[in-house]
Ligand binder design. Structure first.
Ligand code: GDP
Ligand code: MG
Length: 175
């Protein structure tokens, strides 16, 4: 571990998706390994968090931005996307509207983000028994838009580290 090289670049990574899909909870789970059902942070967002991941022995630095109140469609604009290297687009598997809205988010991403931005589509709250969006729906959408897809639970932590590690690996491979 002593000779793991530290990358100087801080990869700006942003979390987008409708309000309530679990963006803040996902970042808190990734950062601290905890879930707080109705915390203040989950309501207002937590700004950004810097994290260093080790991918195949190399350190990858992520600066992960949460969105707080900018989720209303079209209010997250160019400035926010402009310098993002990667983004997570979340929907809530218990909320069909949040899934349907991912197409509008993808259109916006296509318009405002870098052409080569790394995108990970996440169906969050997969722990819930109130699911209305099947895994296959997410997989199909991912294939259609040629973006990676996973289901996650910010509550149990399922696939949370995996998703961030996948993105960190893609960022590392791109350089
Ligand atoms: P945001 O608006 O996208 O930041 O969403 P929040 O993180 O504030 O989460 C919205 C609500 O969904 C809160 O009540 C969370 O506790 C809940 N929530 C978030 N992620 C999960 C999850 O993976 N599973 C379940 N069951 N609830 C979740
Ligand atoms: Mg939030």
């Amino acid at each position: 571990a002593a000779d793991v090289s530290v990358e100087e670049i801080l990869h700006k990574t942003i979390l987008v998706g409708d309000s309530g899909v679990g963006k803040t909870s996902l970042l808190v789970q990734f950062d601290t390994g905890t879930f707080h059902p109705s915390s203040f942070a989950a309501t207002v967002g937590i700004g950004f968090t810097n994290k260093v991941l080790v991918v195949d022995g190399a350190k990858v630095k992520l600066q992960i931005w949460d969105t707080a109140g900018q989720e209303r469609f079209r209010s997250v604009t160019h400035a926010y996307y402009r310098d993002a290297h990667a983004l997570f687009l979340l929907y809530d598997v218990t909320n069909r509207k949040s899934f349907d809205n991912t197409r509008a988010w993808l259109a916006e991403i296509n318009e405002y983000a870098h052409r080569d931005v790394i995108i990970m589509l996440l169906g969050n709250k997969c722990d819930s028994e109130d699911r209305v969006v099947n895994r296959e729906d997410g997989e199909r959408l991912g294939r259609e838009y040629k973006v990676n897809f996973m289901e996650t639970s910010a509550k149990t932590g399922l696939n949370v580290d995996v998703a961030f590690t996948e993105v960190a690996r893609a960022l590392r491979d791109k350089r």
